[in-house]
Ligand binder design. Structure first.
Ligand code: SF4
Ligand code: SF4
Length: 184
C-alpha cells in the first residue's frame, strides 16, 4: 500500500519509563502551542482534515474489531502501546484534545489502562496513532474476505489518514524547528 507518512523520529523521544521527563516534554509542548498560536496557524488549518480522516475510518475499523476482538485470546492492547509518542501529542494539541491522564505507574506488559468493557475508551483521535495502524492477522483476514468495495474504501481512507497526518506534522516540524528554542 502506498503511504505518504512522516518520519516521527525527528522529534524527541517520550520515555514513559521516566515520568519527570515524559511529563516535562508534554508540558513544554503544551507551552509551545500556547505561546505560538499564530505561528502555528498552518498546523491548525490542517487539523480538520486530520480529524475528518479519523472519523471516516473509525466506523469500518469498529465494525471489524467488534466481530473479531471479543473472541481474541491474545489481546494486543498492552500499556506500552497505549502511551503516546511525541508526534501523537502534537496531533492531540493540534486537534484541541486533552492529553489523557496517563498512569505511568503500571506494568507495561499488562492490559492497557484504557481498555473498557467495549474496547478502548479513548476516542480514536486521542489514541496513539499506532493503535489505528495495528491490524492483527485475524483482522486482516476479515477485511480481505469482506466486500471488495469495503476493502478498497478502507485502503483509500487509511492512505488519506496518513496523508493528512503527514501534512500536519510536516507543517508543525518546520515551525517547531525554527521556534523550538525560544519557547524553553
Ligand atoms: S485487534 Fe486482533 S490482537 Fe488485538 S484484540 Fe482485536 S483480535 Fe485481538
Ligand atoms: S487502542 Fe486504546 S486500549 Fe488499545 S493500546 Fe491503544 S490506547 Fe490502549
Amino acid at each position: 500500500m502506498a503511504v505518504i507518512g512522516f518520519d516521527t523520529t525527528v522529534f524527541p523521544r517520550l520515555n514513559y519509563k521516566d515520568p519527570a521527563a515524559f511529563w516535562g516534554e508534554i508540558e513544554n509542548l503544551k507551552a509551545f502551542f500556547r505561546d505560538n498560536r499564530q505561528a502555528l496557524e498552518p498546523v491548525f488549518k490542517r487539523a480538520p482534515a486530520f480529524l475528518a480522516a479519523f472519523q471516516k475510518l473509525d466506523p469500518l475499523i469498529q465494525s471489524y474489531t467488534a466481530k473479531v476482538c471479543p473472541y481474541c485470546g491474545t489481546v494486543c492492547c498492552a500499556n506500552k502501546f497505549g502511551f503516546p509518542e511525541y508526534a501523537d501529542v502534537v496531533g492531540f494539541l493540534a486537534l484541541g484534545l486533552e492529553i489523557p491522564n496517563y498512569n505511568l505507574n503500571v506494568n507495561e506488559e499488562d492490559i492497557c489502562q484504557f481498555i473498557g468493557d467495549k474496547g478502548c475508551v479513548l476516542p480514536r483521535p486521542q489514541r496513539p496513532y499506532r493503535c489505528t495502524w495495528y491490524f492483527c492477522d485475524p483482522l486482516l483476514v476479515q477485511l480481505e474476505i469482506g466486500p471488495a468495495r469495503d476493502y478498497r474504501n478502507f485502503i483509500k481512507d487509511l492512505q488519506e489518514l496518513s496523508r493528512a497526518r503527514g501534512e500536519l506534522l510536516e507543517n508543525f516540524y518546520q515551525i517547531w524547528k525554527g521556534l523550538d528554542k525560544t519557547s524553553k
